[in-house]
Write a protein that binds this ligand. Structure first.
Ligand SMILES: Nc1ncnc2c1ncn2[C@@H]1O[C@H](COP(=O)(O)OP(=O)(O)O)[C@@H](O)[C@H]1O
Length: 182
């Protein structure tokens, strides 16, 4: 069994997840600017740190070396104060996160956003199906305590602002609840 010392974090770790195109990067970038928390864009980190294995020709994307990635992130996650942005979530250690936000859009919006990004064929269809079948939401609910998993609509600029407000309120509450505990 894995033994990891339980060090109290001075700031929380937030996971932002959802199907590609739902608006994770847009939200995380603004959230990072507003809060000073560190935005960890997992796809970029994996690429920069050679955590990508072979290329999946069917899905037209590289396959992640999960163990290498997780080992590399352990220290920064233990310290806390991170916003992790990734389209999958079940392979992260559950203990890393204080809250999980799953962004959601309708299938027409996602279709338009992914088409604009240049997705076509199977890659486009599979990602739209993923959103229709709420695959990422179910994955999050199965991987984390249900009470820390929150679904957020991410269709409009107004919803983006509402989501930022909601997460900032959550963050202030977390800081108030955890300030005098260490
Ligand atoms: N709340 C929103 N309202 C309108 N457009 C949005 C919203 N969030 C993201 N977008 C747009 O959707 C597209 C995909 O967003 P992005 O943040 O790259 O998604 P992801 O990181 O989940 O792949 C971008 O063109 C972005 O400008």
């Amino acid at each position: 069994m894995e033994v990891v010392p339980n060090i109290r974090r001075e700031a929380p770790n937030i996971l932002v997840t959802g199907t590609p195109g739902v608006g994770k990067s847009t939200l995380c970038q603004k959230l990072s600017e507003l809060t000073g928390l560190q935005w960890l864009e997992i796809s970029k980190i994996a690429k920069d740190n050679n955590c990508l294995e072979e290329f999946d020709e069917v899905y037209q994307c590289p396959v992640l070396d999960e163990d290498k990635l997780l080992d590399g992130l352990e220290e920064v996650m233990r310290t806390g104060g991170n916003i992790v942005d990734y389209h999958s979530n079940e392979f992260f250690p559950e203990r890393w996160f204080d809250v999980v936000f799953v962004l959601r859009v309708d299938n027409t919006t996602l279709y338009d956003r992914l088409t604009a990004r240049g997705y076509t064929g199977k890659k486009l269809k599979d990602n739209v199906d993923c959103e229709i079948f709420q695959t990422v939401l179910d994955e999050a609910k199965n991987s984390y305590k249900p009470e820390i998993v929150h679904e957020l609509r991410s269709l409009t600029p107004e919803q983006l602002q509402d989501n930022l407000n909601q997460i900032c309120l959550w963050l202030h509450q977390w800081m108030a609840d955890n300030q005098n505990l260490s």
